[in-house]
Design a protein around this ligand. Structure first.
Ligand code: UD1
Length: 324
């Protein structure tokens, strides 16, 4: 088993994606050092991990280089999931977004290089594509980000490549397409639309759509994103940038209808308001490279992922809501 006796770091380990990845790595036998500044992350997300003797947690910030240097000794892989992760929030606070994302990755890369970490895997974003023409995005396309967040993620990808090219550090960037699932924050206006709309539906509130709802997204279940990270750890994809999505886009209008159907709230409506600044129109992953290079195959269709996520939510919050 590849991960047995491997020592890995997960940054953003208490976050939505980081904690799901941490649990999987522990299940596969890795020793995991999780770090998180608990700004967005929640320590409860690590309840299971904390019971595992192969897990260590540190409340720390990726902008603290000295701390990173301390924990990188004998580490095989760093999975860098810590981020300032919201498009609209980046429009309000571009400097913070840059500080966390760009200075954060520089620290991670410098610590990895100085401490001889073998590989760094980075959580990039489909937002780097911005307003490229056409629906399906492949990695060769021009990237024209239209939000500070997209610009910062693109700068991070550039640094990832440079540290491979100049210093020989094995780096791989994964461009995630709209990840959703268990542990996504449900209490912040900056969280993903699925978490926001599920909350509204269960509280009998109409769903608010920014724009005409004809924008589309390739919503990806978190377990598929975890699968992709696990594969990158095992395979050689140094210097590469790879899309990770569901390969199955849906318009916001159809997503809204699906959420109302699954929650049995078809009496509620979609309510339309102004488009959101920084929003891209279409985002749909071409997964050819992920399939060829990693053997990645998404396992969850959106409806299955939504059902599993809502059932999980209902169970842990003990809600009286039937998911169809
Ligand atoms: C999301 C991620 C980002 C990631 C990117 C690409 C979140 C918070 N952001 O950005 O980290 O890099 O995907 O994978 O997960 N919308 C509504 N009504 C609402 C909320 C949103 O209509 O109440 C619309 C938005 O205008 C947008 C779409 O839903 O068109 C998706 O928005 P959101 O979930 O915030 O994700 P992205 O901005 O695409």
């Amino acid at each position: 088993m590849f991960y047995e006796n491997k020592k890995v770091i997960v940054t953003g380990a208490a976050g939505f994606i980081g904690s799901n990845l941490t649990d999987k790595l522990l299940e596969l036998g890795a020793g995991v050092i999780g770090i998180d500044n608990l700004f967005n992350g929640r320590i409860e997300n690590l309840d299971d991990a904390m019971k595992n003797k192969n897990f260590q947690f540190h409340k720390a910030d990726v902008r603290d280089l000295n701390f990173l240097l301390e924990i990188c000794e004998d580490v095989d892989i760093i999975f860098h999931e810590a981020a300032f992760a919201s498009v609209p929030q980046s429009v309000k606070m571009p400097e913070n977004c840059n500080d966390v994302n760009v200075n954060g990755i520089l620290n991670v890369l410098n610590a990895a290089r100085r401490m001889d970490v073998k590989k760094v895997v980075f959580a990039s974003s489909s937002s780097v594509y911005g307003e490229t023409p056409g629906l399906k995005k492949n990695e060769e396309m021009r990237r024209v980000p239209i939000s500070p967040y997209g610009a910062a993620k693109l700068a991070c990808e550039a640094y990832m490549y440079v540290y491979y090219h100049v210093y020989g550090l094995k780096t791989t960037s994964l461009r995630y397409f709209n990840v959703f699932g268990p542990r996504q924050r449900d209490d912040s206006p900056y969280t993903g639309v699925i978490a926001i709309w599920f909350n509204r539906a269960r509280n009998d509130q109409n769903l608010i759509v920014f724009g005409d709802g004809e924008q589309s997204r390739d919503f990806t279940y978190v377990k598929d994103v975890v699968q992709a990270n696990i594969l990158v750890g095992e395979k050689d994809a140094a210097g590469e940038i790879i899309n990770i999505g569901a390969g199955n886009p849906i318009t916001l209008n159809n997503l809204g209808k699906l959420i109302l159907k699954l929650t049995g709230k078809e009496n509620l409506k979609l309510e339309y308001t102004d488009p959101r600044p920084g929003d891209i129109k279409h985002s749909f992953a071409d997964l050819s490279k992920a399939k060829n290079m990693l053997g990645f195959q998404p396992k969850y269709k959106q409806e299955e992922g939504l059902r599993e996520y809502f059932k999980w939510y209902v169970k842990i919050h003990n809600l009286n809501l039937k998911i169809n």
